[in-house]
Design a protein around this ligand. Structure first.
Ligand SMILES: Nc1nc2c(c(=O)[nH]1)N[C@H]1C(S)=C(S)[C@@H](COP(=O)(O)OP(=O)(O)OC[C@H]3O[C@@H](n4cnc5c(=O)[nH]c(N)nc54)[C@H](O)[C@@H]3O)O[C@H]1N2
Ligand SMILES: Nc1nc2c(c(=O)[nH]1)N[C@H]1C(S)=C(S)[C@@H](COP(=O)(O)OP(=O)(O)OC[C@H]3O[C@@H](n4cnc5c(=O)[nH]c(N)nc54)[C@H](O)[C@@H]3O)O[C@H]1N2
Ligand code: SF4
Ligand SMILES: [Mo]
Length: 767
């Protein structure tokens, strides 16, 4: 193929079926199959010896933090191993022995690679050499680190102003890397820092910030031992936070109850066999959910309003249901809330959420008598137009019950990426914080920009409209993770330069700007050494505990650089000696970075010492019941409107979810064991009644079409799976369905794409 030929890149990859097999959905999560699957994955990718060594150090004090989700480790890790099936899959993916070097890229053109499936792309192996794709060329070519840094610096210097550059962060980077990255971006002169949490828990951050004064959860892991009720809303922990099941199990052993609110009866929520316990391996497993409320997609506000209405009524009749002392002392807006609820009839709310009233009453009776309640949630609440209100309605319930700031009670937004919370804490954000800017000025001697930057959806629009020309990503897979894949592709392809600092190949390396760079970096599990000294870094888990993580494996290649070193070198190439920060020295010395974090960010004093061992908790005003920064110095009740979809007669509401065999856009395998799907990802879960209405057979192929503002978006070829899902609702996996999510429809206030409530129609695929 000629080097000059225009690249015909496949943006979505192949859409062929892979040979589906079905089984009954699983009745319980974990147990023996989980152990077996986990070990198979590890041995296949890492070999036996490396697997055993690596796993023995994961989530242990002197080891490294699991690169999977952000669920916390217990203070005293057990010797049997503090990890789950998906943690093992995550580490096997990173610590694989397979590598792709410059030979791989000279053997495969970018165009050819783009026709591989995401599963094949991910399985190719670890990136081990810096590579460049020049304009008009068909293949990536080798480039030295030095020339790569210079190329970036030159391109950044060509921009008319710093706001023409976009700097994305995914949530796997350490606090040290993220802090340095944010510092460089501000020194460069922009706040354009979109990050994965814009697509994830941003609604939680906004909702909690406005009502409770901190955009993070308030519970600690130990609180699960003492909770009387744990509500799990819009979350699938059996797949996405498997060790949370152990916490739920403990809660139940201590007499607690679990209420789940989900359009699906997810296996992990129903029954659980703990693979870390002998009884879990052999016995029949434990029922986890006491009450399952099978809510229709995006009707959580209706359901929570109904529950609250019923609790208010009971309180009036019998008393002792709500915590009036707490309401009086700590909250604002109670009268307005109760008055607003009078606008809704119980029947209207029952009809909207689609649940049998008798089951709702059971939940109400339980909640009425209990005082210590934890509410956990994830993407089922955040990724809707009213994502922020979903969170606020949860806060309303907790405030009414006085379930905050005491053991066994509180908010628990369950974070996704292992350090997504930490990255935000140490400064990755598009908003301007005067406090942070002042601290940076004092410590580093330069003034950060005070113009609000772009978040994810607005960055995409800016690139699409040719207002931003350079895109740099610290991890992640922006193309496939973001909404409206074809629009996002155009946005990236408009750029003069796209740069990916990555461990593994993904589609964002193939759908690129005119020039593209791949900068391979060390993974979590790898030994990070400089001049014979082993370096460690720090992370913050979902519950605000900061602790160290130290890699143990020999790096897969000597050519790799650590994330801080890469960022420091880009900064050095850009600034030369003309800046108040010595980027090279800072980027190589993580102890120094931690000193600077401690000097700039509240709550991090003595970080170097305090992060050792199990680490320390960051300050959290909700734990102290200190609402002094909020209006009236109180926690805020909110009046939330009901969601409106105005569905046309033939339209259904689609939620885009994760299978059990993926981590976001990384596809570990083609099975979704708990939901009974094997060897296929192009499936759509549908209620049998909706199938009958549309004359659809099991496993019939359909296209999904969304129509927003008159623009048709089509996701082609999905097999219909009859499933226990509410009438009018559909479920299908992302990233395949991201093509349907309109770029300009996102949550109010948080701008999170509406990935869990997309209006679609279905059509049979013509043979
Ligand atoms: N193995 C694995 N672990 C992961 C990830 C992964 O991809 N794989 N991703 C990580 C990341 S970044 C994140 S953010 C988390 C995501 O963790 P989750 O939020 O658990 O992930 P999703 O698959 O998006 O599941 C959303 C759940 O919400 C339900 N749901 C959808 N819409 C609604 C609704 O309107 N109301 C209610 N009540 N429920 C609804 C779905 O049925 C599903 O059970 O997991 C993290 N952990
Ligand atoms: N439709 C739909 N879209 C969604 C969602 C949804 O539920 N539905 N969920 C959203 C959510 S919650 C999130 S968080 C985003 C995820 O968005 P991203 O975080 O952008 O996507 P990931 O798939 O997690 O990124 C995987 C890539 O990260 C790189 N990587 C892995 N480890 C490291 C590391 O240690 N360092 C570096 N530098 N790179 C590394 C690898 O190259 C890998 O291919 O997707 C969002 N998109
Ligand atoms: S629950 Fe999350 S952090 Fe813990 S081992 Fe599993 S994937 Fe890793
Ligand atoms: Mo996420």
């Amino acid at each position: 193929m000629s080097d000059e030929k225009q690249r015909a890149i496949s943006i979505l990859g192949p859409d062929n079926f892979t040979g589906i097999k079905l089984s009954e959905p699983a009745e319980y999560a974990a147990g023996i199959p989980a152990v077996k699957v986990a070990v198979e994955h590890a041995f296949k990718e890492m070999g036996v010896v490396k697997s055993l060594k690596t796993l023995s150090k994961m989530n242990q004090k002197e080891g490294f933090d699991c690169p999977g989700c952000a669920w916390p480790d217990p203070e005293k890790p057990s010797k049997l191993g503090e990890y789950c099936e998906n943690g093992v899959k995550a580490i096997a993916e990173e610590a694989t022995n397979k590598t792709i070097d410059h030979h791989f890229f000279s053997n495969h053109s970018v165009e050819a690679l783009s026709n591989w499936s995401d599963f094949q792309i991910g399985k190719a192996g670890r990136l081990v050499a810096p590579m460049v794709l020049y304009p008009g060329r068909s293949h990536y070519e080798s480039i030295s680190w030095k020339n790569a840094y210079q190329l970036i610096a030159n391109q950044l210097k060509k921009l008319k102003n710093p706001d023409e550059a976009i700097f994305y962060t995914s949530g796997r980077s350490s606090n040290e890397a993220a802090f340095l990255y944010g510092l460089f971006i501000r020194a460069f002169g922009t706040n354009n820092m979109p990050d994965c949490s814009n697509m994830c828990h941003e609604s939680s951050g906004v909702g909690l910030g406005e009502t409770l004064g901190i955009g993070k959860g308030s519970v600690k892991l130990e609180d699960f031992d003492q909770a009387e009720v744990v509500m799990v809303i819009g979350q699938n922990p059996g797949t996405n936070h498997p060790r949370m099941l152990t916490a739920l199990q403990k809660c139940k052993e201590n007499g607690g109850k679990v209420i789940s609110i989900n359009p699906l009866e997810e296996a992990g929520l129903i029954r659980f066999k703990n693979p870390q316990e002998i009884k879990g391996v052999f016995a029949g497993g434990e029922a986890l959910t006491d009450i399952h409320l099978q809510v229709k997609i995006n009707q959580d506000v209706s359901l929570l309003k109904l529950i609250i209405k019923k609790l208010l009524k009971l309180d009036k009749e019998k008393g002792n249901v709500l915590d009036h002392q707490f309401i009086e002392k700590y909250t604002h807006g109670y009268e307005t809330l109760t008055k607003d609820l009078e606008n809704y009839s119980e029947q209207e709310l029952i009809d909207l959420c689609g649940i049998d009233e008798a089951i709702i009453n059971k939940a109400v009776t339980l909640l009425a008598t209990k005082k210590n309640i934890i509410i956990c949630w994830a993407m089922g609440l955040t990724q809707h137009k009213n994502g922020v209100d979903n969170i606020k309605e949860c806060v309303n319930l907790l405030l009414l019950k006085g379930s905050l700031g005491k053991p066994g009670a509180g908010t628990c937004p369950v974070r996704g990426h292992s350090n997504v919370q930490g990255d935000r804490t140490v400064g990755i954000m598009h908003h301007v914080s005067k406090e942070l800017n002042d601290a940076i000025k004092t410590v580093f001697g330069f003034s950060p920009p005070d113009k609000e930057g772009l978040d994810t959806v607005h960055s995409i629009k800016a690139m699409h409209d040719n207002k931003a020309k350079v895109f740099i990503a610290l991890g992640g897979n922006f193309l496939s993770a973001a909404s409206d894949t074809e629009y996002t592709a155009k946005a990236l392809q408009n750029c003069d330069l796209t740069v990916q600092i990555s461990t593994k190949l993904n589609r964002s390396h193939l759908v690129t700007g005119k020039t593209a760079l791949i900068l391979p970096t060390l993974g979590r599990s790898e030994l990070d050494q400089k001049n014979g000294n082993t370096r460690f870094f720090t992370v913050e888990n979902s519950m605000g505990r900061v602790h160290q993580s130290k890699g143990i494996n020999k790096p897969i290649s000597n050519a790799l650089r650590s994330e801080p070193e890469i960022i420091g070198s880009i900064a050095e190439a850009y600034f030369g000696n003309s800046h108040s920060v010595d980027w090279k020295i800072l980027s190589e010395d993580y102890t120094l970075i931690r000193e600077k974090i401690a000097a700039v960010i509240k709550g991090f004093n003595d970080l170097n010492n305090k992060s050792k061992g199990t680490g320390f908790y960051l300050p959290n005003n909700v734990r102290e019941l200190d609402f002094s920064k909020l209006p009236h110095g109180k926690a805020q009740f909110s009046c939330c409107a009901l969601p409106e979809h105005h569905l046309k007669e033939d339209e259904l509401l689609l939620m885009t979810i994760r299978s059990h065999d993926q981590f976001n856009t990384t596809i570990y395998g083609l099975n979704d064991r708990y939901r009974g799907i094997h060897n296929e990802r192009r499936v759509v879960f549908m209620n049998p009644k909706d199938m009958t209405d549309r004359n659809l057979e099991k496993l019939e192929a359909i296209n999904l079409t969304s129509n927003y503002d008159g623009k048709l978006r089509v996701a082609k070829k999905f097999l219909v799976i009859p499933y226990n899902i509410p009438v009018g609702n559909l479920g299908a996996y992302f990233p395949e369905t991201n093509v349907l999510v309109p770029h300009n429809h996102y949550a109010d206030k948080s701008n999170t794409p509406i990935s869990k409530s997309i209006k679609v129609t279905v059509e049979k695929v013509a043979n």
